[in-house]
Design a binder for this molecule. Structure first.
Ligand code: KIV
Length: 254
């Protein structure tokens, strides 16, 4: 798709029903993101989600998909220890979930783990820029790599990830010009979130795109629906119907 100039659409998914809808709507890639920790479990960060939990989410997504490529996030703590731990975690994800590849956050510092996973025949996607598993190192969710030193490290990391065999790369919340430069230099697809239009594809958290989450309003987010309001109205209607004995009708029983 990159070679023929077709932009790649990617969204997160964490369960069977949503995956079925997104796949049916023509999405190219589904990411079982560790953002499930936020939007599904209500945690403040992505750090608490476990390997067992991400596998559970991924199993449902895989069952709901007919054509999309499914990438599964490796949770915090499942690959940073050493390359052997990383390989075991990646194998569990592939074996137990049926996902098609894994995503890890980081560059040179996790190179050995990525190589080990790749040697097992598991496709790996990189993730640079704002890497939420390192939030306590960054201290904020602000734009990354605005300074030259960090931008240069990101470019170097992107080169390394391509060189060792990653099939793609996510760039999160970095200046658009930097993201475009990386996408132009690399031959593997670069998918952006808050990284501007000059990359090879876009990814968003599906709950944000659908307006299920209401408070989260970063500049890069475009809401394509206001499901929070629609769902609230529907449930209010149902509550009122139950209270007023409007639901169920005689026809809605046996
Ligand atoms: O977990 C996630 O949702 C992600 C995307 C933000 C790329 O990693």
């Amino acid at each position: 798709m990159k070679q023929r100039g077709e932009k790649i659409s990617m969204l997160t998914a964490y369960d069977f029903s949503m995956a079925q809808i997104l796949d049916g709507a023509g999405i190219d890639v589904l990411l079982v993101g560790d953002s499930a920790s936020n939007v599904m479990a209500g945690h403040e960060t992505t750090l608490p989600i476990t390997l067992d939990q991400i596998i559970y989410h991924a199993q449902g997504v895989v069952r709901g998909v007919k054509r999309a490529f499914v990438v599964v996030d490796m949770p915090f703590g499942s690959y940073q220890g050493n390359s052997s731990v990383a390989l075991q975690s990646a194998i569990r994800i592939m074996k137990e979930s049926g996902g098609h590849g894994v995503k890890l956050e980081g560059g040179a510092e996790i190179k050995d783990s990525i190589i080990r996973i790749l040697t097992a025949g598991i496709p790996v996607m990189g993730h640079l820029g704002l890497t939420p598993q390192s939030i306590y190192k960054f201290g904020t969710y602000n734009v990354r790599a605005k300074e030259e030193t960090e931008a240069n490290k990101l470019i170097e990391d992107a080169r390394i990830l391509q060189e060792i065999g990653c099939f793609g790369l996510v760039l999160e919340k970095i200046p658009a010009a930097l993201a475009q430069r990386v996408a132009e230099e690399l031959t593997i697809p670069v998918i952006g979130i808050g990284a501007g239009p000059g990359v090879d594809g876009q990814v968003l958290v599906v709950h944000d795109l659908l307006g299920i989450t209401k408070e989260f309003k970063p500049r890069f987010l475009r809401r394509y629906a206001e499901l929070h309001d629609i769902m609230t109205e529907a449930v209010q209607h149902y509550v009122a119907d139950v209270k007023s004995r409007e639901f169920p009708s005689a026809e809605e029983g046996y």
